[in-house]
Design a protein around this ligand. Structure first.
Ligand code: 15L
Length: 275
């Protein structure tokens, strides 16, 4: 198969999604630059690795040289204290996008998260224009990232796609994930739309497969041409069996963000759910 003549930077390459997505990138693009704070192993012929910290301005400028498109999975991927979230996900993203702009990078795919809208009730069906309702400091950093992408798209012409990823796994691991699971092959489809769609300006899409129980109206993704292949419902028996083994979470079970929503929760449950 002929590979597209593009150089793609993948941050967070040593992480779970980074590791899963690498074979797909390898089979589609000519050159892939992997980056992470941790080591990455088993490089393919068309992969190189640069160990780098997202907040290191000089390292980010160097790494963005000659890059056509960035797939940004790096940073903090779960809840953290303010200092960590600020450094990894706020400062780190600012540094990377600023470097991308400086080096003339044309495309930026941002791994946002369902936790940007995790305080919505599971009874609500929302679209990407529904206002953000972060369920955590981590979720807030993802909402910030989506807004930062808008700024760099509108002011500097970088074509941006923010993917509010649900949950990447071999199959949905509980009841909540039946609504928001995404197979890695479907996620790659979204990523490649971000890297290649000819008229993309700046979009937010939900990163989920063909899930009957979805909380989300994913019309912008379908308009870009997204056609997910995988269905959470094909794994319903396994997901329900796994759900039986999870600890009850009387707060989290109401919210799209699950345990991220219930962590540190001391608010007014009814008022939050119905507003
Ligand atoms: C996320 O954003 C996290 O990165 C991942 O670890 C999962 O917790 C996922 O959301 C989820 O909501 O299942």
């Amino acid at each position: 198969m002929t590979l597209l003549d593009k150089t793609i930077l993948l941050t967070g390459a040593a992480g779970d999604i980074g590791t899963r997505i690498r074979p797909y990138l390898q089979s589609r693009y000519n050159r892939i630059v992997l980056s992470d704070l941790n080591d990455v192993f088993d490089l393919a012929e068309n992969e190189t690795f640069q160990k780098a910290d997202l907040v290191d301005k000089h390292a980010m400028q160097k790494i963005c040289q000659g890059i056509d498109g960035v797939v940004h999975l790096g940073g903090q991927s779960v809840e953290g204290d303010w200092e960590t979230v600020n450094s990894c996900n706020i400062q780190g993203l600012v540094t990377l996008l600023e470097a991308a702009h400086h080096e003339g990078v044309k495309r930026f795919v941002f791994a946002s998260s369902n936790h940007a809208i995790g305080m919505y009730s599971r009874t609500r069906r929302i679209c990407v224009d529904t206002r953000v309702r972060p369920d955590s400091r981590y979720g807030l950093s993802k909402a910030f990232g989506e807004a930062l992408c808008a700024l760099y798209a509108d002011k500097h012409g970088i074509r941006c796609l923010s993917i509010r990823i649900g949950n990447v796994a071999d199959k949905p691991v509980d009841l909540r994930r039946l609504s928001m699971w995404i197979h890695i092959e479907d996620l790659f489809q979204l990523i490649s739309l971000g890297l290649e769609h000819p008229t993309l300006h700046n979009e937010i899409v939900f990163g989920c497969s063909r899930n009957d129980r979805t909380f989300w109206d994913n019309a912008p993704a379908f308009r870009l041409g997204y056609r997910p292949k995988h269905k959470a419902e094909d794994h319903v028996a396994d997901a329900m069996a796994a759900q039986q083994k999870t600890c009850p979470d009387l707060i989290g079970e109401n919210f799209q963000g699950g345990t991220f929503s219930s962590a540190e929760f001391d608010g007014d449950l009814e008022r939050t759910l119905w507003s």
